[in-house]
Design a protein around this ligand. Structure first.
Ligand code: EPU
Length: 339
């Protein structure tokens, strides 16, 4: 195992922020991680566990402590029963690589989650979701290394306490585990989810006669490519804020003043507002301030317009939060992890 000093993280976060890690290492197995953490100094040092770096804003120029890139690879079918196939993937596999594997083998359930940037290990952290499907819908279990006692533990879905872009690993168990693998439970017979309007429209314009998981994946890829900037070209971390949940009375009051407001009813009786709409109405869409900006096609996505520092992007997000609060009385919450 190699530990590097003062390692640049520019290529390791999709915002393309030029931060420097005091200590850096890239590890490819749980055994290597245990070996590293046997050293008391690395065990106690502040740690940033890095996957694809696609949901992260680095606001410190020098990251004090150890940045550990989780590069555990491997994808395999571990078992199957009458209805399901169980596929385990190493935390360091790319998420879309895993989706492609499932499509190739005709395992259904993750086609709506095509092209989400990032690695497998980060998927349960924030219960990734898109186009009507969330990770929790296909999740079987994960394996994680307990940083304290260096034992491997298995977490089922209930133990992960998944919520909207949430899990126990962002809260009570933050910084206490390193996720090493994730096992998905995939359907042998697909159950298509085309409820998200844009998918139906895209399938129609693609001229698809018979829906399939490959067609849904292609439709999702087309929609994402048309709206979301490619991090290889424009630094970004997908949606920067969550879509806020408000009481339906609040939504109705807002709707009487702003009739075009976009909201979706939730099962708990509240309403989820489209944060992209709120931000656009405050005049932010396409706006560039210094090196940071708001994407011209999707106001929920903040971008690095060249050489932005993490602080500049954070400051822009603060201004957006303030203006949405002032205009609508709604407090946005950042979805991206700030470090
Ligand atoms: N809208 C605007 N202006 C904008 C952007 C959106 O008015 O600039 C309105 C539109 O009316 C649109 C609605 O907001 O119909 C919803 O927009 P979109 O379908 O683009 O989805 P989103 O709510 O902005 C969420 C997820 C995305 C996910 C898409 C599709 C969150 C925080 N974001 O975005 O996830 O891909 O739905 O399911 O829940 C991510 O988490 O990084 C991410 C990209």
């Amino acid at each position: 195992m190699i530990i590097l000093r003062d390692h640049p993280l520019y290529n390791l976060n999709t915002f393309g922020i030029k931060a420097i890690a005091n200590y850096f290492t890239e590890l490819t197995s749980a055994e290597e991680m245990k070996e590293l953490l046997h050293h008391e100094s690395y065990k106690t040092m502040p740690k940033l566990i890095l996957g694809g770096g696609s949901n992260l804003l680095l606001i410190q120029e020098n990251i004090n402590g150890l940045v550990l890139k989780n590069s555990i690879h491997g994808i395999s079918k571990v078992k199957e029963d009458r209805d399901y196939v169980y596929v385990r993937a190493g935390a360091g596999e790319s998420w879309h690589g895993l989706v492609s594997y499932c499509l190739q083998h005709n395992y259904a359930g993750v086609e709506n989650l095509s092209l989400i940037p990032g690695n497998v290990g980060a998927a349960p952290m924030q219960n990734i979701g898109a186009y009507g499907v969330e990770l929790k819908d296909v999740f079987s279990e994960l394996e994680a290394l307990n940083i304290n006692d260096l034992k491997m533990e298995i977490f089922n879905s209930a133990q992960c306490r998944f919520g909207y872009r949430e899990s126990v690993f962002k809260h009570e168990l933050k910084d206490r585990y390193i996720i090493t693998s994730v096992t998905l439970r995939l359907n042998k017979v697909p159950r298509f989810n085309t409820s998200y309007g844009a998918i139906t429209q895209e399938l129609e314009s693609m001229g698809v006669q018979e829906v399939s998981i490959a067609a849904i994946s292609a439709a999702v890829c087309n929609i994402r490519r048309s709206k979301l900037p490619d991090p290889a070209k424009i630094g970004n971390a997908g949606s920067f804020f969550k879509n806020p949940e408000v009481k339906t009375e609040k939504y109705n009051a807002l709707k009487s003043v702003f009739p075009s407001i976009v909201g979706y009813p939730l099962e708990n009786g509240n309403t989820k507002l489209a944060a992209g709409w709120l931000i656009e109405q405050c005049g932010w869409k396409g706006k560039i301030i210094g090196n940071a900006g708001v994407h011209k096609l999707q106001a929920l996505v903040l971008i690095n317009n060249g050489n932005a520092s993490g602080k500049e992007i954070y400051e822009l997000s603060r201004q957006i939060l303030d203006s949405v609060l002032e205009k609508f009385g709604v407090t946005l919450e950042r979805e991206v992890n700030i470090y």
